[in-house]
Design a protein around this ligand. Structure first.
Ligand code: DX5
Ligand code: ZN
Length: 223
């Protein structure tokens, strides 16, 4: 079964406690937290202060997606704020290998995200160093965008590349425009973690959407 990580970016921030509680009481696996700096992406979201506040009421691991330049300046603070998984962007890291090991040295799960125009092959020489790859299925910066169809191919290519490098435990996360319209095909292609913002928090029954996403791969086993 895939791991489901609701993206808090789409939550109602005037009611954050009740939004976090909905996820606590659901079948979700992680909280996905999107940090945006207005430099790497054209939008600003929230920082350590909010992450720490969410951590104080969250009962599931925090999956932190850093859409920021120079993430090495902030990784220690976010780790201290309670992040469990820390993902940096390939495109924002000229010294990616160093960034990955900074996260691992802090005892955290290290992820690398790639933008829609970035081929999975650029990660070949670090694939053995990382725990997770986040394939962006929209251009990062905003919730509620349309899923990019090319993502399926990228998942298959990455799954094959991981197998070639004996990285069977590499997690493949998909972020952006995920819903029941694409969840099953993503899981079939080899995705392990589905991030969903609007599909969860804008639904009448977020917990049902989480449950449906979790079960989306159920009837897809090879015949
Ligand atoms: C986009 C963020 C996503 C976003 C997903 O830059 O990284 O995590 O919150 O939101 P939806 O599911 O609405 O596309
Ligand atoms: Zn994200």
């Amino acid at each position: 079964m895939p791991l489901i990580a609701p993206s808090v970016l789409a939550a109602d921030f005037t009611n954050l406690t009740s939004e976090v509680r909905k996820v606590n009481e659901s079948d979700a696996d992680w909280f996905h937290l999107d940090v945006m700096d207005g430099r790497f992406v054209p939008n600003i979201s929230f920082g350590q202060f909010i992450v720490k506040a969410i951590e104080s009421i969250a009962e599931k691991p925090l999956d932190l997606h850093l859409m920021i330049v120079e993430p090495e300046k902030y990784v220690p603070e976010f780790a201290a704020a309670g992040a469990d998984v820390i993902t940096v962007h390939y495109e924002a890291c000229p010294h990616l290998h160093r960034n990955i090991h900074q996260i691992k040295d802090l005892g955290k799960t290290a992820g690398v995200a790639i933008n829609p125009h970035t081929p999975v092959q650029v990660l070949r020489d670090v694939i053995n160093d990382i725990d997770m790859v986040c394939i962006m299925s929209v251009n990062p910066g905003f919730g509620g965008q349309k899923f990019i169809q090319k993502t399926y191919d990228k998942v298959r290519q990455l799954r094959q590349m991981a197998a070639e490098h004996q990285c069977e435990n590499l997690l493949i996360e998909i972020d952006g425009g995920v819903s029941m319209a694409n969840a099953t095909e993503l899981i079939q292609a080899g995705a392990d973690v589905l991030v969903a913002g609007s599909a969860v928090f804008r639904a009448d029954d977020p917990q049902k959407v989480i449950r449906d996403l979790k079960n989306a791969g159920q009837h897809t086993t090879q015949i």
